[in-house]
Ligand binder design. Structure first.
Ligand code: FES
Length: 142
């Protein structure tokens, strides 16, 4: 039966792919448990320096603080966690009004925190921010 071995190979190949997909999912959940902050938003006020460092109509990443701040209009600031809601990676770059996650390609709107490209489906958590005296302070206000 010349057809049988080919059919068997197809079945085995399918099983191998299913196994690989399973491993991918496991690696992703493992990734979120290793090396990523469990609390994506600050628990105390965080000084981010000059508000003027955030371009009007754009946004700036504060990777060390795991935050991003956008400035949709002069004097108006919005802050979000910069930790991707998919697997916990910290965003690495901003292009226009989109923040990019390096791990699996999710992108987030920096003015709303909403994902504009998956695999992430959950918005970045908003963080309170003030710009008194030209200085940005994010996190819970004291
Ligand atoms: S961690 Fe998966 S896209 Fe960001």
């Amino acid at each position: 039966m010349p057809g049988l071995p080919a059919a068997r190979r197809t079945v085995l190949k399918g099983a191998a792919l299913a196994g690989a997909a399973g491993l991918g999912a496991a690696a992703c959940s493992t990734e979120s448990k290793l090396g990523h902050a469990t609390t994506p938003t600050p628990t105390a006020p965080v000084d981010l320096g000059d508000a003027a460092d955030v371009p009007v109509g754009g946004a700036r990443l504060y990777r060390e603080q795991r935050l991003l701040v956008s400035c949709p209009a002069e004097g108006e600031y919005k802050a979000f966690s910069a930790q991707c809601t998919h697997g916990g990676c910290v965003l690495t770059k901003i292009e226009g009004t989109e923040g990019h996650c390096p791990c699996h390609g999710s992108r987030f709107d920096t003015t709303t925190g909403k994902p504009v490209k998956g695999p992430a489906t959950v918005p970045l958590p908003a963080v309170p921010v003030t710009a008194e005296g030209g200085k940005l302070v994010a996190g819970p206000q004291s």
